[in-house]
Design a protein around this ligand. Structure first.
Ligand code: CIZ
Ligand code: SF4
Length: 366
């Protein structure tokens, strides 16, 4: 048994600069035993310590290619789960604050998805022959396991179009969860009529749909969304375009269909960063994704004369990821430097095995 861990109480009260100094000291003690991953949405005072940065999948893959014993994931819970599933058995995935969840991922639970599957079966018969379950990577490991078990697959905002093709090549319908917006935008780009993409409300019997709607549907979209990306409105784009008629608008597909349709480019965090980085000097950009990413990009693009603005007038960050602050990071790293593992994210073996099937299917086709 490991010795008692150092309590967080003493870290909670640390001033920011003290926390920063202790992060640096603990990292020096740990050397390459720990790799520190930061998602694009991570706050600047934590992001500055990253060994690796990227989207959730890229980070999990890169971490598994290192020999680091500890994978310290500065992101949200589902990301650390993916890191645990894809990493070597000897590696330990850690989330510095266990309260850093994803509100979108929380909108779908295994119990509700199982009920949905049962009800779809009552209407359609044999759901495992007629519907491919597709889960966005922003979901709990047990939902990825559900997809692994039922011939389904995981997708990211980068590979969603390829994954939908894979899903439809196997079965006639798709159940897409938990983000209705990514599902709708991806289906829309494939030319699927909007009336054949119906919203499944998990709090209503049969999703609130008639048997006819279920029979006619190509994609059943789970009623889930991201609270950050739902803030963006077509009106924000319209106003900005008046001031910047030669500017470009780029949005994440977790934004509404109307926002995506009014954007010049739509894609994942990696896509947004790569597109703006590769753009001509002195161009103007309006960006519909999380604020920390947009602010960082604005600073990085300034020397090239590119302006990068945030789409919403209100401050909206990924408030759950924001919980990974310098105090939690210092606490985590000091414990690790003492050989004490805190906040390990461990997906149960059976669940991890099934989730891995759905992740491997995705990796094989994208
Ligand atoms: O998968 C990710 O990292 C997320 C949450 C978004 C994206 O587009 O990269
Ligand atoms: Fe989840 Fe939204 Fe945060 Fe992304 S920005 S991690 S979808 S809550």
């Amino acid at each position: 048994m490991q010795a008692a861990t150092i309590s967080f109480d003493r870290f909670n009260v640390l001033a920011d600069d003290e926390a920063q100094a202790r992060i640096r000291a603990a990292r020096a003690r740990l050397g390459d035993k720990a790799v520190l991953l930061c998602h694009h949405y991570q706050r600047a005072d934590v992001y500055q310590h990253a060994d690796l940065t990227g989207d959730s999948l890229k980070l999990a893959r890169l971490a598994s290619q290192t020999d680091a014993q500890y994978i310290v994931f500065c992101g949200v819970h589902f990301m650390a789960e993916v890191a645990d599933i894809l990493s070597k058995p000897s590696q330990i995935a850690i989330l510095p604050d266990l309260a850093a969840g994803c509100s979108m991922a929380d909108m779908a639970s295994l119990a509700k998805v199982e009920r949905c599957w049962r009800e779809l079966g009552e209407v359609l018969g044999a759901p495992d022959e007629r519907i491919t379950p597709v889960t966005y990577i922003n979901s709990a490991a047990d939902l990825k396991a559900f997809c692994g078990e039922h011939g389904g697959i995981v997708c990211t905002s980068t590979n969603a179009p390829t994954i939908l093709d894979w899903a439809f090549s196997r079965r006639e319908k798709v159940l897409f969860f938990p983000d209705q917006h990514l599902g709708r935008w991806t289906g829309f780009k494939k030319g699927i009529p909007l009336e054949q993409m119906v919203v499944w409300d998990p709090d209503l019997e049969y999703g609130g749909l008639t048997p006819e709607q279920i029979h006619n549907a190509k994609i059943l979209l789970w009623k889930g969304h991201c609270s950050v990306h739902q803030m963006f409105q077509p009106g924000h784009i319209e106003r900005w375009r008046k001031q910047h008629p030669d500017g470009f608008v780029i949005s994440h597909p977790e934004s509404s269909l109307e926002v995506c349709r009014n954007s010049d480019y739509v894609g994942s965090t990696e896509y947004i960063i790569n597109t703006i980085s590769a753009a001509a000097a002195n161009t103007h950009w309006l960006v519909g994704t999380e604020l920390n990413l947009v602010s960082r990009l604005a600073g990085e693009m300034k020397p090239q004369g590119k302006t990068v603005e945030f789409m919403a007038p209100t401050v909206c960050m990924c408030s759950t990821m924001q919980r990974i602050d310098p105090q939690h990071l210092a606490w985590t790293l000091e414990n690790l430097a003492e050989g004490k593992v805190v906040n390990q994210i461990r997906v149960p073996a059976h669940e991890a095995e099934l989730a891995r099937i759905a992740l491997d299917r995705m990796l094989a086709v994208s």
